[in-house]
Design a protein around this ligand. Structure first.
Ligand code: ADP
Length: 635
C-alpha cells in the first residue's frame, strides 16, 4: 500500500472528532435560518393584523365622527338665528353631546362673532380649519356646522375621550392608539404617548372627518417577545457545548491514538522478541484450542500458523501411534497438573520426522487476572538427547578402555609375577644340566630335554618381558591441566550411576588451585576408580554421600581426597588394599586400587587410605603442580 492511500484514511480518522461539531454547526445554521424565516413570517402576519385592526378602528372612528358631525349639524340647524347661551343650553342635543364628549359649544354669527358659548367660560380661540386648539386639558378638536341663521356652531371635543369611547378594550390591550397630526405631534393617546422603539406601528389618515389627523396604532408588545430570542441563545449554548464536547472528543481520540500507538509498538516488540526466540511458544485457551503460536513453534513442528491456530486436540504434531497417551497428557495439563519442571514428549514434524521436546506449561491470564488458558514453552531437546547418547557411548568406550587397561595391568602383573618363576625354572634347569654334565651323565635325551627346558623357560621369560614391556610402554602423557575440569569430567561420566543410587556428591575444591602436571586421562581413571569403589561401598546405605576435596599439600603438590560415609576400610592399609587381586567383592578383580597406585606413583605422587570425617573410607592421592605454575610461583 502506498503512502498516499494510507495517509487519506488516517487523516479522515484523525479528523473524525470534527464531524459532530460540523454537524452541530450545520444544524444550528439550518435552525437559525428557519427561525429567522418563521419570525419574518410572524412579523408579516402581525403587520397584516395591525393594518386590519387600524383600518377597522379608523372606520369606527370615522363612523363615530360622522354621527357626531350629524349631531352637530342637526343641533346647528335647530338653533335660532339669534341664539343666546340660555337658548343653547336648552337644546337637549347639546346636553347629550356634552355628556358624551363635547367640551363646549360655541355659536357664531355670520361674522364669526360669538353669540353664545357653553359651558359658561371663556371661549377658546378657534383656529380653523385645523379643528383643534389647546386648552388646559390638552389638545382638543372641533366639529363645526353652519347654523340656519348663516352663522356657525363650533363644538369642541376631547380627542382622548373620542379614543376612549371608540377603541375596544381588546384593541387597547394590543396596541397603543394615538391620534397624531401631520407633523407627528400626538393629539391623544391610549397607553404610551411615545411609541417605544422597535415596535410595529401603522398610521392611517382620518380625512375627511378630521383633517390632517392620523390614527396611529403601535403594538404594545415588541414584535418578537424576549422568549422568542431564547432558541437563539439555546442554539448558541448548544454550539458552545458541541465545541467543548468536540474538543474533549479530540483530546480523547488523541489519547486513544497514543495508546493505540503504544499498544502497536508493544505488540511489534513482543512479536519481534517472540520471533527471535528459539523456544517455541504455544498458547491454548481453556478448552485446549490453539490460540497463539510463534515462529519457533511453527518451525519446530513444520506447520504454518494458519494450519495450527484454532485447532483442537488431537493436534497434527501428535504421533499417530500415541494419540491416546498424548490426549491423556493434554487432559492432565488442562486440569493444571502439568509438572512444574516441565515434561518430555515426542512429537512428529509435518514431514514425519520425530522430535523430542521439553514442554513447560504456565497459566495464561488476561488483563483482569483471570486465567484464560495455558501458555506452553517448547524446547527441542533432540540435540540434548543426542549429546546424552554420545556421552553414554563415550562412557561405554571409556569403560571398555578401563577394562582393557585393567586387563593390561593384570597381564603386566602376571608377567611380573611369572618372570621370576620362569627365571627360576631356567636357573634350576641350567643347574641340573650343569650338575649332570659334571657327574658324567651321558643320556643325550635327558640332557637335550633339560637344555630344551632351559631354552623354553628363557623363551617364555623373554615373551613375558616383551609383553610387559609392551604393556608398560605407555608412559603417562603429562601436560598442564586443571584438576576441577578432570573432577567435573569424572563426575559427569558417573553422574547417572550416582544419581540412580541416590548418592549425594559434594565437591570442595579450594579456590585458586594451581594447575597440575599430569596425564588427565589417567588421573580421570584414578578418580573414576575411587568413586566407583566408594559407590560400591555405599550400596544399600540409607543416606549415601561422597565428598571430593582438593587443596594444596606442601610447596609442590596438590592433594585430592575422596571421602564416603560407607562402612570404611576395617583398619586395612593401602598396601593391602592396593595389592593386586585383593578384593572383597564377589565379582571384584582386585586390580582397581593397584592401578590407581601405579598411575599416581607414575606421576611421582602417593596413594593413601584412611578413615574419613564422614565416617567411611578416605582415599587420597597427590599430584605435582605443573612446572610452569611452580616456576611462576617461585618468581
Ligand atoms: P575391586 O574393586 O575389584 O574389589 P579394588 O582394588 O578397587 O578392587 O578394591 C580392593 C578392595 O578395597 C575392595 O574389594 C574393597 O574391599 C576395598 N575398598 C576399596 N575402596 C573402598 C571403600 N571406599 N570402602 C571400603 N572398602 C573399599
Amino acid at each position: 500500500m502506498d503512502a498516499v492511500s494510507t495517509f487519506a484514511p488516517t487523516l479522515l480518522r484523525r479528523a473524525a472528532w470534527v464531524w459532530p461539531l460540523v454537524l452541530a454547526l450545520a444544524f444550528t445554521c439550518a435552525f437559525g435560518t428557519w427561525l429567522q424565516w418563521s419570525d419574518a413570517q410572524e412579523a408579516e402576519d402581525a403587520r397584516h393584523t395591525l393594518i386590519a385592526d387600524a383600518l377597522t378602528l379608523n372606520s369606527r372612528i370615522s363612523d363615530w365622527l360622522d354621527s357626531e358631525n350629524a349631531e352637530v349639524r342637526r343641533l346647528a340647524q335647530a338653533l335660532p338665528a339669534a341664539v343666546d347661551e340660555a337658548g343653547l343650553l336648552r337644546e337637549s342635543r347639546l346636553a347629550a353631546g356634552l355628556h358624551r364628549l363635547w367640551l363646549s359649544a360655541t355659536a357664531l354669527d355670520a361674522h364669526n362673532r360669538i353669540l353664545a358659548h357653553v359651558p359658561d367660560q371663556a371661549p377658546q380661540p378657534v383656529v380653523l380649519p385645523q379643528h383643534r386648539s389647546i386648552d388646559e386639558r390638552g389638545l382638543s378638536a372641533h366639529l363645526a356646522a353652519p347654523t340656519a341663521g348663516g352663522g356657525k356652531l363650533v363644538v369642541q371635543f376631547d380627542p382622548g375621550a373620542l379614543l376612549r369611547q371608540t377603541v375596544p378594550w381588546w384593541l387597547g390591550r394590543k396596541y397603543d392608539v394615538r391620534l397624531v397630526d401631520g407633523l407627528g405631534e400626538v393629539i391623544a393617546a391610549t397607553g404610551n404617548a411615545l411609541a417605544p422603539a422597535g415596535r410595529q406601528s401603522y398610521r392611517v389618515s382620518l380625512e375627511p372627518e378630521m383633517a390632517d389627523t392620523y390614527l396611529e396604532l403601535t403594538t404594545r408588545e415588541a414584535s418578537l417577545p424576549w422568549w422568542r430570542r431564547l432558541p437563539l441563545a439555546l442554539m448558541a449554548a448548544f454550539l458552545l457545548l458541541s465545541g467543548a464536547a468536540s474538543w474533549m472528543l479530540r483530546r480523547q481520540m488523541r489519547e486513544v491514538a497514543a495508546a493505540e500507538t503504544r499498544w502497536r509498538t508493544e505488540a511489534a516488540w513482543r512479536r519481534a522478541i517472540e520471533d527471535s526466540l528459539t523456544v517455541g511458544l504455544r498458547g491454548r485457551d481453556a478448552e485446549g484450542r490453539l490460540v497463539h503460536v510463534n515462529r519457533a513453534f511453527c518451525d519446530l513442528v513444520g506447520f504454518t500458523p494458519e494450519q495450527l491456530l484454532g485447532r483442537m486436540p488431537p493436534m497434527p504434531y501428535w504421533p499417530g501411534d500415541a494419540v491416546a497417551e498424548s490426549m491423556q497428557r493434554h487432559r492432565r495439563n488442562m486440569a493444571g497438573h502439568a509438572p512444574r519442571d516441565g515434561y518430555e514428549a515426542r512429537w512428529v514434524r509435518s514431514d514425519g520426522t520425530p522430535i523430542d521436546v521439553m514442554i513447560f506449561e504456565a497459566p495464561l491470564v488476561d488483563a483482569q487476572g483471570r486465567q484464560t488458558g495455558w501458555m506452553g514453552s517448547i524446547v527441542d531437546i533432540g540435540a540434548r538427547k543426542q549429546a546424552e547418547e554420545r556421552e553414554r557411548r563415550r562412557a561405554e568406550v571409556l569403560a571398555t578402555h578401563s577394562r582393557l587397561t585393567t586387563l593390561g595391568e593384570v597381564a603386566s602383573a602376571l608377567a611380573h609375577q611369572l618372570n621370576q618363576p620362569l627365571a627360576a625354572i631356567a636357573g634350576y634347569g641350567g643347574g641340573v644340566l650343569r650338575s649332570l654334565e659334571r657327574a658324567g651323565y651321558a643320556d643325550a635325551i635327558v640332557l637335550d630335554a633339560l637344555r630344551g627346558l632351559g631354552e623354553q623357560a628363557a623363551e617364555a621369560g623373554r615373551i613375558v618381558q616383551r609383553i610387559r614391556a609392551f604393556l608398560t610402554r605407555r608412559a603417562p602423557q603429562r601436560e598442564t591441566c586443571a584438576l576441577p575440569a578432570i573432577v567435573e569430567r569424572a563426575l559427569g561420566l558417573l553422574r547417572r550411576d550416582l544419581q540412580r543410587q541416590g548418592i549425594g556428591v559434594e565437591t570442595a575444591l579450594a579456590p585458586g588451585l594451581p594447575a597440575v602436571f599430569a596425564d588427565p586421562v589417567l588421573v580421570e581413571q584414578v578418580l573414576i576408580n575411587l568413586l566407583r569403589n566408594a559407590a560400591d561401598a555405599l550400596a544399600g546405605h540409607p543416606a549415601p554421600q561422597i565428598r571430593i576435596a582438593a587443596a594444596r599439600a606442601g610447596e609442590r603438590f596438590l592433594r585430592v581426597d575422596v571421602d564416603d560415609n560407607g562402612p570404611g576400610l576395617g583398619g586395612l592399609g593401602v598396601e593391602v588394599l592396593a595389592a593386586p587381586f585383593h578384593s572383597t567383592k564377589p565379582e571384584g578383580m582386585g586390580m582397581g586400587l593397584a592401578i590407581c597406585r601405579s598411575v599416581v606413583e607414575a606421576h611421582h605422587g602417593a596413594l593413601e587410605a584412611g578413615t574419613s570425617a564422614l565416617g567411611g573410607a578416605r582415599f587420597s592421592f597427590t599430584l605435582p603442580f605443573s612446572l610452569a605454575t611452580a616456576a611462576t610461583e617461585e618468581t
